[in-house]
Design a binder for this molecule. Structure first.
Ligand code: GLP
Length: 238
């Protein structure tokens, strides 16, 4: 895992955006894996800014998001579908964007459909990941074993509490999600992991102590040959 330590969150966003500019220039028909949560928001703003400045073009790129709550309407402001449109898709020019469908009647059928779409697209060239407080990536929660393909997961109390801040008092927070499995993530050709803030320092330290903690899903990234971790000093424990 290559590690880039940044002064602060803004620098993380600029450094990560540089990687996207190069990736899209080298391979305009790139398949991007995209993430939600608060960490990628600044990166998405930076990508929008660079798109408006003519520095990056997504017109031949396609994207697959990591996860989506289940069940949830796409029109729900807390759905990841809505989040992605709001922060990125409505502001740049992707050829095609995909997320697991939180409105699907049958989650098993939806997971198989998503995996088939991803396979047909040739897999992910560049995957973006954040990390949950409990070490989850996508919504792969700490477990004894990890499904390879996309699956329906019961969210842990830690993730429900961490994400409850986004839901208003009258909004029901789904306690399940559809997520790309560990196999789908590790099959990505390149991975960028972004981690910001002192609140993430403890979980981030699990990546640096020379062990694979099997109860920290992000540690499985240590097995991948091309992961770039972009972390700020606060999350790096400085
Ligand atoms: C959610 C997403 C993850 C994300 C995590 C961390 O649970 N499913 O993909 O990495 O939140 O979010 P944040 O960046 O807000 O800490």
């Amino acid at each position: 895992m290559k590690k880039i330590v940044c002064e602060n969150y803004d620098e993380i966003c600029r450094v990560a955006a540089d990687i996207y500019v190069k990736q899209l220039s080298d391979k305009p028909d790139t398949v991007l894996g995209l993430a939600t949560g608060s960490t990628p928001i600044g990166l998405y703003s930076e990508l929008v800014r660079r798109y408006q400045a003519g520095e990056i073009d997504f017109s031949r790129a396609v994207s697959f998001n990591l996860d989506e709550y289940y069940p949830i309407k796409k029109s729900h402001p807390q759905s990841y579908d809505y989040f992605m449109r709001d922060n990125l898709f409505d502001k740049v020019n992707f050829a095609k964007t995909m997320l697991p469908n939180g409105e699907a009647d049958d989650p098993g059928v939806e997971c198989a459909r998503y995996d088939a779409e991803l396979e047909a697209a040739g897999g992910i060239d560049l995957m973006l990941l954040g990390i949950g407080l409990n070490g989850h990536i996508g919504f792969n929660e700490p477990a004894v074993s990890y499904p390879l393909g996309t699956y329906l997961v019961d969210l842990t109390q830690s993730s429900l509490e961490a994400n409850s801040r986004f839901f208003g008092p009258d909004e029901t927070q789904p306690n399940r999600a559809l997520t790309l499995g560990i196999g789908g993530i590790l099959a990505s050709k390149k991975i960028i992991l972004i981690i910001s803030g002192a609140v993430k320092a403890e979980i981030a330290s699990k990546l640096f102590d020379g062990k694979i903690h099997t109860d920290v899903p992000a540690c499985l990234l240590l097995l991948h040959p091309d992961v770039t971790l972009i972390i700020d000093r606060a999350a790096n424990g400085e």
